[in-house]
Design a protein around this ligand. Structure first.
Ligand code: SF4
Ligand code: SF4
Length: 267
């Protein structure tokens, strides 16, 4: 079976998903039995024009250059997979989509006119055909291995959108929402991390993105019952995957209920 030729591209991101790949250590050597990585700047390989079987794209489209590089990568690859929160839903940098971008630039940068960004930070699928998505911040190696293995058999992996709570149950983890009144996003977050945060007694903050059929409306009400104010509930839905439609809807719903907002702000 021929190895897959793979390019790993980075757009606007923290490079965490690329590091998750590099941090595999010995497992990376096993993965290289199945793939030839031809472009991976973080790993010291630079061939941005190479034609490949698979392009893995990390990062969101935030600058005009991101858009050009994405289009180039798409035209050079048979399959394109977005990896990580930035690529799948815009990531943390997409929080600016919900604020006055000009005001932030003025407040943060001494020379805001030097900042050349698009109006919004957007996921890959907003600009190019995406064949599959690996959600997570960062992705796990198991997700990547699974993808590569399935592609070598000529198919795509099953997109596991099961809720994190199911993982807690399988691992016999004590629920932090029931026992500690912690505002856990597990009931609306897709599983992939092994319920890492609840295993350490902490609430999930949703870094693997929305699960199948997420009932954010009910969960938000539960958070209110735990004593969170509307703005705090809005923030929980707007941390990492603020631009996924399900979490974005809950953000706006609870933000509009914040009594501190003026009528003008709410419009
Ligand atoms: S700790 Fe969170 S993820 Fe686990 S069962 Fe409770 S609500 Fe669900
Ligand atoms: S428990 Fe939630 S926040 Fe923690 S790693 Fe898993 S998905 Fe991310």
């Amino acid at each position: 079976m021929a190895k897959l030729r793979v390019a790993i591209h980075k757009l606007t991101s923290c490079s965490g998903c690329q590091l998750a790949i590099l941090n595999q250590g010995a497992q990376l050597l096993d993965l290289l039995e199945d793939i030839d990585i031809v472009h991976f700047i973080e790993g010291g390989l630079y061939e941005p024009d190479a034609s490949v079987d698979l392009a893995l794209i990390e990062g969101s489209v935030t600058t005009p250059e991101d858009l050009q590089r994405l289009q180039h990568a798409r035209s050079n690859s048979k399959l394109l997979v977005s990896i990580g929160a930035c690529a799948t839903s815009g990531g943390v940098q997409a929080l600016r989509n919900m604020q006055d971008e000009r005001a932030w630039k003025q407040a943060i940068y001494a020379k805001p006119e030097f900042i050349d960004t698009l109006a919004n930070s957007t996921p890959i699928k907003a600009h190019a055909k995406v064949d599959f998505e690996l959600w997570g911040c960062p992705i796990t190696i198991e997700q990547l291995n699974n993808l590569i293995r399935q592609l070598r058999f000529g198919t795509l992996p099953i997109d596991n959108k099961e809720k994190l709570c199911m993982e807690c149950k399988r691992r016999q983890q004590v629920c932090v929402m029931v026992t500690r009144q912690a505002p856990c996003l597990g009931p609306v977050t897709r599983t992939a991390c092994g319920a890492l945060c609840p295993a350490f007694g902490r609430a999930c903050y949703g870094c693997f993105g929305p699960s199948e059929q997420p009932n954010g409306k009910s969960l938000g009400k539960r958070f209110a019952g735990l004593g969170l104010m509307p703005a705090q509930i809005a923030q929980r839905f707007a941390s990492i995957h603020s631009q996924s439609p399900d979490f974005n809807e809950q953000y706006h719903h609870w933000q509009a209920l914040d009594p501190k907002l003026s009528e003008e702000d709410k419009q």
